[in-house]
Design a protein around this ligand. Structure first.
Ligand code: ADP
Length: 159
């Protein structure tokens, strides 16, 4: 069975992430979408809120499992029986960071590969932080995130 791990902050999940998940779901029998259980990182949504939004927006894709972890990604992958980390690549600006992470993970565990799925062109400029910034200015983000995510974002900013 081919098992993939797609790690990310997903603060919150966007249509760009969902595009990667849907495309990866065709290549793997099972994919763990995993959020770091990292209390140090400042995020708008809590770990549980982010997981719930991922769960809701991927509920029609049967081979997706949403999880959180305190482990390093390579350790988590080993634990769930996966040898593949999936990452999305948008622009050249993603490349340096992603190359560094992939090299680091490879040095931590040589048996685990990182594979990259290129962003679809309509999402290549889209990030969770740009969506949050837009909502902060009361802009409509419904074309960038699923409805349930834009509702959750609006609630956060109304507080
Ligand atoms: P991280 O903090 O781990 O970078 P993110 O939630 O920002 O977490 O991203 C998780 C993964 O999804 C990364 O590989 C990132 O490059 C990718 N990604 C984010 N937005 C998009 C997008 N619009 N299209 C394709 N991949 C994306």
């Amino acid at each position: 069975m081919r098992i993939g791990v797609y790690p990310g902050t997903f603060d919150p999940i966007t249509n760009g992430h969902l595009d990667i998940i849907k495309r990866a779901a065709k290549l793997f029998d099972k994919i763990y979408v995993v959020v770091p259980n990292n209390v140090n990182k400042k995020t708008l949504f809590s770990v549980e809120e982010r997981m719930e939004l991922i769960r809701e927006t991927t509920k029609d894709i049967p081979n997706i499992i949403v999880d959180k972890t305190s482990l390093l990604t390579v350790q988590y992958a080993k634990q769930v029986g996966s040898d593949t980390i999936i990452r999305g690549l948008r622009m050249v600006s993603d490349f340096e960071y992603e190359l560094q992470m992939a090299a680091l993970n490879k040095s931590l565990d040589n048996e685990i590969e990182t594979i990259f799925i290129m962003s679809s062109h309509q999402y290549s400029f889209l990030s969770s932080s740009s969506v949050k910034e837009m909502v902060g200015f009361n802009a409509d983000v419904s074309e960038f995130v699923p409805n349930i995510v834009s509702t959750a974002l609006m609630k956060k900013y109304q507080k």
